[in-house]
Design a protein around this ligand. Sequence first.
Ligand code: XBP
Ligand code: MG
Length: 251
Amino acid sequence: MPVEALIFDIDGTLADTEEGHRTAFNLAFERFKLGWKWDRDDYFGLLRVTGGKERLVHYIEHLRLGDAEKRRLVARVPDIHAEKTKFYSSMAGDGGIPLRPGVARLIAEARAAGLKLAIASTTTRSNIDALLRATLGAAGAAWFAVIACGDEVEHKKPAPDVYRLALERLNLAAANCVAFEDSTNGLRAAVGAGLWTVVTPTMWTEGSDFANAGLLLPHLGEPFQPLPGEPGRRLRAAAWLTLADVHRLAA
Ligand code: XBP
Ligand code: MG
């Protein structure tokens, strides 16, 4: 079936954002004088929980505190997360978080070929708008026919809900779309929605179980940042993922 749309995850896929999220969480913890600090080792484990609010609740529930104190802290999660989102959105909006290699190039190829673009992400909408504006310009967000994200679905990744919502809004079958992800949770969500998926891990997710990926690459590549050993291993057209190779491999 022909590929008519590309559906991108945001965090880790469009851009390597999680260090920015981790910094924003820690800034919010300081603002609220919570005495918490998530270092990288902490965050590697916490990233197994998708959704910033859900991640905060998970963290609180594993603190050595009485139930009443945990309940009091859990009640503050929406405010803590809103503050974190303000910090992150301004960081992303200031251009502090660039797109990963090949993302802008493949988006331009897809637009030129008349394909639809969509986003299926766990993160908060304001984070997405800030990142797209800063990296693709004011018109950038409008290039995406569909943005499905955050709390629009009850069950976040690895549940397939956000991808099913994106497909519904695109009015396309999974067989006519390709998903781009960076994590096991994201891959399970995309495959669960029936999508052939390209996985480009980051340092936060590399080495995870990507057995169900349609294609696994370190990143999408650029003419000035070619993928080692390509073309000739997984790619045929060039040493970066072209739309021609997406069509060929997804078929
Ligand atoms: C990754 C996530 C998000 C971000 C933090 O989302 O799980 O929760 O870590 O963003 P993606 P929020 O599906 O884009 O990889 O704090 O807004 O949830
Ligand atoms: Mg991701």
